[in-house]
Design a protein around this ligand. Structure first.
Ligand code: AMP
Length: 417
């Protein structure tokens, strides 16, 4: 199927040609006609499937048509609201909208917390048709009377499962209550547990369900390797792997903010350009690192899972799991960062003895064995941990515990608002 077969208007087709998109991805093939036919959609899909374009393209087309019939004089009302959990995702979605709508008259902007509101408010005051927002800042600006949602015709809730994980459920419910009853709604989530299905049912009318690449079958284009080693050799092994000059752009995953800072520092000491992105970094710092990475000025980006959710880098070739996630689905999300939209990629996991069980669990989920790389200088041994390693492992455990409680406190505070 071609984009031309989906009934899209020429300004959008032109924008897609500018992006060098040859054909729609599966989710785009399914979702675009449904949205254009004014159906509510419940989509089970994760990032990397082309889901952003799947909702952004038909929304742009529908609003462009409304505007052609009934142009808003001077001030543009918000016709579409897209709510997503993280700032990175929000920025990414707005960048996509900018690209796909560049030959139309659509005005759009993005708002998120963690930065001063002034420049966001200035843009809103000029009028926007499509607003992408994270929940907290949106509610803030609504309560200040800066944003009105009563002209919204198209509502998108993106990454709903992550939204719930991050404790945004009450915010989301409040937002839904503020929207006009007469509207079209699109709901996207990577997973569909019962809590998500009931949230979807509360906001959708007669939705059409679409499902693309369930999480366990994702990333089939990614070659997956595992190196077994010891905790004390992980960094040396990482350096050894990075000796490969083909690895020009590498995303390294760590479990904690602290861990990603430590690895970044270590790589820089070894003259490898690297930057960390995680929740403790200021928004502009994260954007700068991401831009430097995308432009090839930084070779290694070290990220935590939440920070990485919103990263959109075309054709990312290499992902390294410096620490193995204890949730297998997180592994699939991580490696989904490479081999995006049909491109091939390589995912490398570096496992220490305590993590070997996580590798087994991942293999069960993806129903496939990771290819074991045996020929490397730091093989795993049964050596007991040294006293220093034990101390470090305990400290790490303590830090994780503190991070867990801090996050829980933050989420509770948010929910109590
Ligand atoms: P998403 O799942 O929305 O995060 O998109 C994943 C990546 O695929 C992004 O880098 C998009 O720019 C890219 N993409 C989306 N649709 C297409 C397409 N039809 N052809 C090629 N790349 C695409």
């Amino acid at each position: 199927m071609k984009f031309e077969d989906l009934g899209l208007i020429e300004p959008i087709l032109k924008a897609l040609r500018d992006k060098d998109y040859v054909k729609p991805t599966k989710i785009q093939e399914k979702a675009i006609p449904l949205v254009l036919n004014r159906k509510d959609v419940m989509g089970c899909a994760q990032t990397g499937t082309g889901k952003t374009a799947a909702f952004a393209i038909p929304i742009i087309q529908l609003i462009q048509k409304i505007e052609m019939r009934k142009p808003s004089k001077g001030y543009a009302p918000i016709r579409s609201l897209i709510v997503t959990p993280t700032r990175e995702l929000a920025i990414q979605i707005d960048e996509n909208i900018a690209a796909y709508s560049k030959h139309t008259d659509i005005r759009h902007t993005v708002i998120f917390g963690g930065v001063k509101q002034h420049s966001q408010v200035q843009k809103l005051k000029r009028g926007v048709h499509i607003l992408t927002a994270t929940p907290g800042r949106l509610l803030d600006l609504v309560s200040q009377g800066i944003i009105s949602l009563d002209k919204v015709k198209l509502f998108v809730l993106d990454e709903a499962d992550r939204m719930l994980d991050m404790g945004f459920i009450h915010d989301v419910k409040r937002i839904i209550k503020m929207l006009p009853k007469e509207r079209q709604s699109l709901f996207f989530s990577a997973t569909m547990p019962d809590s998500i299905v009931s949230l979807a049912n509360s906001m959708l009318v007669n939705p059409t369900k679409i499902e693309v690449a369930p999480v366990s079958s994702a990333a089939e284009t990614v070659q997956q390797f595992v190196y077994y080693t010891n905790k004390s050799s992980k960094r040396s092994l990482l350096l050894n792997i990075l000796k490969n000059p083909e690895m020009d752009q590498v995303l390294v995953f760590c479990r904690t903010k602290h861990g990603s800072d430590k690895i970044t520092k270590f790589l820089k000491q070894k003259d490898i350009s690297a930057a960390a992105i995680h929740g403790d970094k200021a928004q502009n710092q994260r954007q700068k690192s991401l831009k430097n990475f995308k432009d090839g000025r930084i070779r290694v980006l070290v990220a935590t899972d939440i920070a990485a959710r919103g990263i959109d880098i075309d054709k990312l070739g290499f992902v390294i799991n410096f620490e193995i996630p204890n949730e297998s689905e997180t592994y699939v999300h991580r490696i989904g960062r490479s081999g995006r939209a049909g491109e091939s990629g390589v995912a490398i996991s570096i496992s220490e003895p305590e993590e070997n069980a996580y590798i087994r669990a991942i293999e069960v989920l993806i129903k496939k064995k990771l290819q074991v790389v045996k020929d490397h200088p730091f093989p795993q041994t049964d050596k007991p941990m040294t006293a220093a390693e034990k101390k470090e492992a305990n400290k790490e455990k303590q830090r994780r515990k503190q991070e867990f409680f801090a996050n829980r406190k933050k989420n509770k505070k948010r929910q109590g608002r």
